[in-house]
Each structure stands twice: as C-alpha cells, then as structure tokens.
Design a protein around this ligand. Structure first.
Ligand code: SF4
Length: 271
C-alpha cells in the first residue's frame, strides 16, 4: 500500500507572546486642519533642524515582514503572530506624498493577516481611492480611524468616513478643541471613540464637560470610549488646571471614564 505522507507540514503555532508595535513606515506630513496646529512631529523635527513637511520612507518600512535569520525562531517573522501594529504615528497613512509606497504597505498588511493594524487619518476623503484592489468590504484585521478634533471636522469628515467600506471604525477626538456632537453623525456605526486634550507649550484648553458629553453619547449608543489624556490645559467646573506632560495620561486614567474595550494609545501626532 502506498504510504501517505503530508506534502506540506502545517507550521507549528508561534509560541512567542504577541507584541504591541509602533510601525512608522513613513515620516513627515503637511497640516490640514486646526488639530494639526501644534503637531508634536513638527515640534520635534523643527527642534533638530529637519523639515517635517518632507515625507520620506523610514528604515522600518518592511518591519511586519522581516524574518529572523538566527536563533531559536529562525525563519519566523521577527514580529510574532497576534501582534498589534499602531501604524503611521509620525505621518498620515493616506498622505498624497506616500501614494507610491502605499501599495507595498498594503501588501505587507495583507501578508500579516495574523496580526492587527490600526491607523489614524485626517484625510478620509483620500481613503476610498487608495485601498488595495481586494479590499472588498474591508479587512477584518485592519482598523482605519479618523480624527475629528472639533464639530466642524466631525461634520466634514464623518459623512465621508462612514460611507467607506471598513470592517472597524474608530473616531479620535484629539486634540479636543470643542464639544463634538456625534449623535447626528452616525455614532451607532462607530466601534470606539477616544478623546484627549492637547499637550505642548501652546496647548489649547480642553473642557472636561466636552469629554463627559462624548462619553455620555457613547454610553447611550453602546460605543467603547477611552479618555486618552487630559492635555496640558484642562478646564473643569469653570477653572483651568495646568497638567504637566508626565501626568496627562495618568490623570485621564484616574478619571476612570473608559467604557468597553478600547486600547490605550501612546502619543499621537496632533495631541
Ligand atoms: S497632526 Fe497628523 S495630519 Fe496633522 S500634520 Fe501632524 S501628522 Fe500630519
């Protein structure tokens, strides 16, 4: 009798724990709206004499598909299965100057369907024309979030954003510059909302009442909510508090406002 041997062995499951990874695949950006006014990426680049408006591919471009060449896990991806990539935190994934590199980025994201990817844009009007050809109704392992820093941007960006084929929708209200009404802007179709104040020497104030109002809107609609950070100038009950940078995330966490299972992000460009 002919002996049956499997032609291709199933690879053994990856025993390494998943990681949370920041993947800045290109760097540099141009300002598009009030939330960009004090972008920390601009601050940092200008501080070292670099032009932040020049968009360039980084050394980390191929990070998700890098293979280990030595050691116990030789031949496996350097980033373990199940890892979570926070993508493009020193640029905008949909910036026009990155159009030439984005198809290769989508190829890597498609290849690593064993991980999840999260990206934030202030350019939702560019998403539809710059999705991969096999995107369909969206990829389950990708969340594209949109920033709406004030009511005007919510009204401008959310109708465009909500019309897109996306499996996961998230809204960032950071830096929060005004009260934001999401009820009339399709809140029930959003999975999670994150709010936060502005940091840095020129920070604009964020009123705690605006934060509570968005939380209330999320609670009413079963949407996950995260209070990411207070910002440098927090107004509470009519009084303004100056919060040092080192305490801004901690103070927001202590407010204990989070609802549902949103991830807590690190530093994001406009905050
Ligand atoms: S806040 Fe975001 S979109 Fe605006 S300039 Fe900075 S990186 Fe670009």
């Amino acid at each position: 009798m002919e002996r049956q041997i499997p032609l291709f062995e199933e690879p053994a499951p990856d025993p390494r724990p998943p990681e949370t990874v920041t993947w800045n695949l290109w760097h540099g950006c141009t300002k598009v709206s009030p939330g960009c006014a004090h972008c920390y990426m601009f601050r940092r680049d200008e501080g070292v004499g670099r032009d932040p408006r020049v968009v360039s591919k980084t050394q980390a471009f191929d990070l998700p598909v890098r293979i280990l060449r030595a050691g116990e896990f030789r031949g496996r991806y350097r980033i373990p299965a199940g890892s979570h990539f926070y993508t493009c935190f020193s640029s905008d994934f949909f910036h026009a100057d990155a159009d030439g590199w984005r198809p290769a980025a989508w190829d890597m994201i498609r290849e690593r369907a064993d991980c999840s990817f999260f990206m934030i844009t202030k350019r939702p009007e560019r998403i539809g024309d710059h999705l991969p050809p096999d995107w369909g109704e969206g990829w389950a392992h990708v969340t594209v979030a949109v920033t709406c820093e004030n009511q005007a941007m919510a009204e401008k960006r959310l109708p465009v954003y909500l019309a897109l084929p996306l499996k996961h929708r998230a809204v960032m209200i950071e830096p929060m510059l005004s009260a934001v009404d999401l009820r009339s802007n399709g809140i029930a179709r959003i999975e999670s909302v994150s709010v936060g104040g502005e940091s840095g020497p020129d920070a604009r104030p964020c009123d705690f009442a605006w934060v509570l109002d968005v939380r209330e809107q999320c609670a009413e609609n079963g949407v996950a909510f995260s209070y990411h950070q207070t910002g440098a100038r927090l107004v509470k009950d009519g009084r303004e508090y100056r919060i040092p940078r080192a305490k801004q995330h901690e103070q927001a966490r202590r407010a204990n406002l989070d609802l549902g299972g949103t991830d807590r992000l690190g530093e994001i460009p406009g905050e």
